[in-house]
Design a protein around this ligand. Structure first.
Ligand SMILES: NC(=O)c1ccc[n+]([C@@H]2O[C@H](COP(=O)([O-])OP(=O)(O)OC[C@H]3O[C@@H](n4cnc5c(N)ncnc54)[C@H](O)[C@@H]3O)[C@@H](O)[C@H]2O)c1
Length: 311
């Protein structure tokens, strides 16, 4: 199948691209390399057509979607914290960028678009576990922008079929350990460097940590299953882990006894975020396969192997 992956040089995108290429799909990537890096695509470089450009640029997007049957739209400013510092840029990329991709996909006759949404759309909604039918109450410009992207997907009539996948706290190899790093790469980096792990707040807040290969699995299923069209689906494991428990898991996986320092709670952080994945199981036949301890071990091992390539 001929597919486009926007944001394909990023953490999740590059894991998806590698798998799509291995399954003999014809893969094109559109990325502006703002957070993504070319070395993420090194394992499948010869099999992938890489277009450098911005999802907000209609001309570039038109070239990217040309001849494609399916689009995976992952390009985004992906950080709650950054979205507070740069709300306009976050909305521009995540909402208007999604509109540009959908418009171009409609003109090019793309059959289906799979949209990377986020658990952050649930925000302040007290319901737990999170269910797709509950009211979104985002707490950050990032959450608002991902919700806007969902609504744009669902309101583009006529247009490609769309499938909204709401990812929960994805982790795995190639996740950025930079200044806006998510908690798993931060703790792994602390273990490698012998630093203390910084926990924002009490550490009793819980998350549904999802290994990237399970997210890739959901995306592959979302290409074909006819009844997935028009659905919003949580993609997670359905199990809650507190941040304090995560410190222990990272410690066991790396053999480093991490010291913890507690920092102030962060804006936009919710107390508990765990998914009900019944709908994804039923509609897609999705079944997460990687336990947290195993996923963290694989991440630590693979990132250590990749470290020289990242310089
Ligand atoms: N990582 C998670 O836990 C998580 C959770 C929920 C949802 N998501 C969503 O999954 C998607 C991928 O996230 P990720 O963790 O791989 O982040 P990432 O930052 O590694 O990947 C985003 C990619 O998009 C590219 N990009 C950013 N702005 C762009 C633009 N204007 N034009 C073209 N390319 C652009 C970046 O260069 C990068 O390669 C995002 O849409 C994100 O909102 C991620």
């Amino acid at each position: 199948m001929r597919v486009l992956v926007t944001g394909g040089a990023g953490f999740i995108g590059s894991n998806l691209v590698e798998r799509l290429a291995a399954c003999d799909h014809s893969v094109r990537v559109l990325d502006n390399f703002s957070t993504g890096v070319r070395s993420n695509l090194a394992p499948c470089h010869d099999d992938v057509d890489v277009l450098e450009g911005d999802v907000r640029d209609p001309d570039v997007v038109a070239r990217a979607v040309e001849g494609r049957e399916v689009v995976f739209h992952l390009a985004a400013v992906n950080s709650v914290q950054r979205s507070f510092e740069a709300p306009g840029a976050t909305l521009e990329t995540n909402a208007r960028g999604t509109l540009e991709v959908l418009r171009a996909a409609r003109r090019a006759g793309v059959r289906r678009l799979v949209y990377a949404s986020s658990s952050s759309v649930y925000g302040a909604n007290p319901g737990s576990p999170r269910r797709e039918g509950s009211e979104p109450q985002p707490l950050s410009p990032y959450g608002c922008s991902k919700l806007a992207g969902e609504r744009i997907c669902e309101s583009m009539e006529p247009g490609p079929e769309t499938v909204v996948l709401r990812y929960f706290n994805v982790y795995g190899p190639r996740q950025d350990g930079g200044s806006y790093a998510a908690v798993v790469p931060r703790f792994l980096a602390a273990a490698r460097a012998g630093n203390e792990a910084v926990v924002f707040g009490t550490g009793r807040q819980s998350r549904d940590f999802t290994f990237v290969s399970d997210v890739v699995q959901a995306n592959l299923l979302a290409i074909d299953v006819p009844q997935a069209a028009g659905q919003r689906l949580n993609i997670a494991t359905g199990s809650a882990t507190t941040i304090n428990e995560l410190v222990e898991v990272v410690g066991r996986a790396t053999g480093v006894d991490l010291d913890v320092r507690h920092g102030e709670p962060r804006a936009g952080d919710v107390a508990h975020s765990v998914a009900d994945i019944t709908a994804a199981r039923r509609v897609l036949g999705y079944a997460p396969t990687t336990e947290l301890a195993d996923g963290i071990r694989q991440t630590a091992l693979l990132d250590a192997e990749l470290a020289p390539a990242h310089g």
